[in-house]
Design a protein around this ligand. Structure first.
Ligand code: SOE
Length: 378
């Protein structure tokens, strides 16, 4: 069956631009879908770099102004891979132009912007999704299935951490192409929006709404040279953040994130403890799900390490043969596949902008709680 084209216009070409482009290239080879992504155009201010990116990934054309990209009739879906401070403006214009939108996480700089973005895509009626990719790691999707089947029983605890160590040096500048995540004007926040947002998105999906939070943040290095101005400027982002919370289902949550955990490059972990069973997952071993079932015979009871590679496990029938694992990049392929399937079914793939706004609300409450040193309702 010949597939219908889904013409993609990518804005930005950083690390996420690569991850998403790879997903568009691969999805049609592994998933049987009605639409095939076509890499129509990549857009970035630096034309030479955009052209190199286009040549490497096979984009047909290059734009240097995102408004020109949005004005094109041959673009169906816009992928926003820019720093966070551009998400809102581009998304509003893309919705007005009637384009489908795939937006990099976090949705926005804050809840107000996020609300506007939700209203824009909903009144335009355009399919929309935010790239919280870890939902589509098969072991994480399996955790969701086990929870939905009620295997854990009543949930008591949810704990998650996302640890990195790449900003420990005081010599590291802030701002500019590679380091915008350190610049509050471009990023909105530090680890809260960049890393904890992933943990919060997964938690809301697996364990339901969060009621209230009590948080602390720290900025360990108070001033850094700005890459663009060359001047020493105050650092406005949070370098580390920890918070506790109550979920609507009565369970307690503890979350921690930092870029100052020497030895950890990208250690995302979560553990859920229920009345009957517990689940744990670790990004460094992403194809495994740890599972403890209290109903096992006591003589063999213990933590199992489930190798999530069999054909009856989420997404795994699309890949190799049982026992052969997949990796980080596949979570993006799965997300594109679900997005395309959602277009065919008329059922939006999650997380939509509206779903991602819930994560934004928790992030804003966390930052406010830390600033005010008190519990904050979400
Ligand atoms: C930051 O280093 C980062 O690349 C995040 O921006 C991503 O969202 C996360 O998945 C990995 O770490």
């Amino acid at each position: 069956m010949s597939k219908k084209p889904l013409n993609i216009g990518m804005i930005g070409y950083g690390f996420m631009g690569r991850a998403h482009s790879n997903a568009y290239c691969k999805v049609g080879n592994f998933f049987d879908l009605e639409y095939e992504p076509i890499l129509k155009a990549v857009c970035a201010r630096n034309e030479e770099k955009a052209r190199d990116f286009a040549n490497n990934w096979g984009y047909e054309s290059v734009e240097t102004d995102w408004r020109a990209l949005l004005a094109r009739d041959d673009i169906d879906a816009v992928d926003i891979c820019t720093p966070n401070n551009l998400h809102r403006e581009i998304a509003l214009a893309a919705a007005e132009a009637g384009k489908m939108i795939l937006c990099e996480k976090p949705l926005s700089m804050n809840v107000e912007e996020g609300e506007e973005m939700c209203q824009a895509v909903e009144s335009a009626g355009v399919p929309n999704m935010v790239w919280y990719n870890y939902r589509r790691v098969p072991a994480v999707t399996l955790a969701k299935q086990l929870l939905d089947e009620g295997r854990l029983g009543k949930i008591f605890h949810y704990r998650a951490a996302f640890l990195q160590d790449w900003t420990i040096s005081a010599e590291l500048p802030q701002g500019g192409e590679a380091l915008w995540r350190l610049d509050v004007d471009a990023a909105g926040s530090g680890v809260t929006g960049d890393l904890l947002a992933h943990c919060i998105d997964t938690a809301l999906w697996l364990n339901g709404s969060i009621q209230d939070v009590s948080a602390m943040t720290e900025t360990f290095i108070k001033e850094r040279v700005h890459s663009l101005t060359g001047e020493v400027q105050k650092v406005g982002i949070d370098d580390a953040c920890a918070f506790m919370c109550r979920f609507q289902n009565g369970s307690l949550g503890t979350f921690e994130s930092t870029r100052y955990a020497r030895g950890h490059k990208a250690l995302y972990t979560f553990e859920i403890n229920g009345e009957n069973a517990s689940i744990a997952w670790d990004l460094h071993d992403l194809h495994r799900l740890s599972y403890f079932d209290h109903s096992d015979d006591s003589v063999v009871r213990g933590w199992r390490s489930v190798h999530v590679t069999d054909g009856d496990m989420p997404y795994m029938d699309k890949w190799w043969v049982p026992g052969l694992q997949i990796g980080y990049e596949h979570s993006f392929v799965h997300q594109v596949a679900d997005f395309i399937q959602g277009i065919s079914d008329g059922k939006p793939a999650n997380p939509t902008f509206r779903d991602a706004l819930e994560t934004q609300k928790v992030c804003d409450a966390v930052l406010k709680s830390a600033a005010d040193r008190q519990w904050e309702n979400v």
